[in-house]
Each structure stands twice: as structure tokens, then as C-alpha cells.
Design a binder for this molecule. Structure first.
Ligand code: ZN
Ligand code: ZN
Ligand code: ZN
Length: 202
């Protein structure tokens, strides 16, 4: 049996929303912990091998959080395709495997994502209605106190509501900030904030 000595890893960048597909040799993956960044530089997938276990930290587009997932090194290096999913949304957030299998899994995920987003947009449905409502009203309160600004100095911003998160965009430099709105702890997180700072141009 001829083993392909490389693995393909993929996730969707929560910041620029583009699929990130990276190929690494088995040697590179085993040699040291790797950080596999999105070309936009705003998110990255971390992979660490510990003996016969592999641990990955995956930025998740759907809930806006990082997921830590683990599997055996054997599965990681040999399975045709492994899928890891987001517990909050039930959608896949990361694939590891052979190049072709990973690419087709990614295509299906992108289709599923488009559908979820389109449905959410059309019907105004969210992963959790109450959480979304609370998070939006907290953002509104912060906005009323002029608490939303960008590191570029702008206080002008736009808001986009997603299925399980809210994006704030700086109207001047275009920088984005994602606020998760998936679980009750996301309400707690935003409740204690009086300011939201978008990381744009300094
Ligand atoms: Zn990106
Ligand atoms: Zn998630
Ligand atoms: Zn800005």
C-alpha cells in the first residue's frame, strides 16, 4: 500500500468567511505543533500531536468560538476524511484527510452554509432566538452610549446579523468584529461590556 505522505486540513475562516485549505506533510505535522493561518491573517487552525493523539483548535464560523477537538493520530494520518463539528450549530467546522475528499466535503459545507444563511436571512431565524435578541439589544445599548468604535478612530459602523453571530463593520476602514450569539454565555460576555472596539487600522 502506498501511503500519501501528506494531509489536507480545511476550515472556514470566521473573519473573511473564505474556505482555508492547507496541505502539510505528515512529517511537518508530526515534527512540531503547527499553526495554519488563513491568508487573511486573522484566524488560524492549530494542530498538535501528542504521541498517539492529535489535538486541534479550530476557529468556528458558525458560533464564532474556537473548538478544541481531538482524535487518534492513526485516524488523523490515515482516514480518508475526518469531519469535526460545531456543537452549537451541528455543522462541520473542520476536515482532515485526503485532498480530494476534503475538497468535496468543503464544497458541501459551503453549500449547507449558504443555505443556512439564506434561510436565516429570509425568515429571520437564528440558532437561538432569545440569545440573538439579547445580544442585539446589548449591542444597541452600547451603541446608544457611543461605545462602538474602531482602532482607526472611526465611530461609524455597520451591523450584519447572521445565523449565530453578529458582525460589526467599521464604515471607514472596513475592519470587522464578530460577536457570537449562539449560547447563553454569549449574553453574559456582552453584558459585561460597555465598549466594543473593532480592530482596524491603528
Ligand atoms: Zn480569513
Ligand atoms: Zn462552533
Ligand atoms: Zn476602522
Amino acid at each position: 500500500m502506498v501511503e500519501k505522505a501528506s494531509r489536507t486540513l480545511a476550515y472556514i475562516c470566521p473573519v473573511c468567511r473564505k474556505p482555508v485549505v492547507i496541505e502539510r506533510s505528515v512529517f511537518q505535522l508530526a515534527a512540531s505543533a503547527s499553526s495554519l493561518p488563513c491568508p487573511c491573517g486573522e484566524s488560524s487552525l492549530h494542530v498538535e500531536m501528542w504521541g498517539d493523539r492529535v489535538r486541534m483548535t479550530v476557529p468556528c464560523l458558525f458560533c464564532g468560538r474556537d473548538h478544541t477537538v481531538a482524535c487518534s493520530a492513526r485516524a488523523f494520518l490515515h482516514e480518508k476524511v475526518l469531519a469535526f463539528s460545531c456543537a452549537a450549530s451541528g455543522l462541520d467546522c473542520c476536515y482532515v484527510g485526503e485532498e480530494e475528499a476534503v475538497f468535496s466535503a468543503m464544497r458541501r459545507l459551503e453549500e449547507a452554509m449558504d443555505k443556512v444563511e439564506a434561510e436565516a436571512g429570509a425568515q429571520g431565524t437564528f440558532l437561538d432566538e432569545i440569545v440573538m435578541h439579547e445580544v442585539l439589544s446589548e449591542i444597541k445599548e452600547i451603541a446608544q452610549r457611543d461605545g462602538i468604535s474602531c482602532t482607526c478612530g472611526s465611530h461609524q459602523w455597520k451591523l450584519q446579523v447572521n445565523y449565530s453571530s453578529v458582525d460589526l463593520f467599521c464604515a471607514q476602514c472596513g475592519a470587522a468584529m464578530r460577536i457570537p450569539a449562539a449560547t447563553a454565555s454569549d449574553i453574559d460576555d456582552i453584558c459585561c461590556k460597555t465598549k466594543l472596539l473593532i480592530r482596524g487600522k491603528e
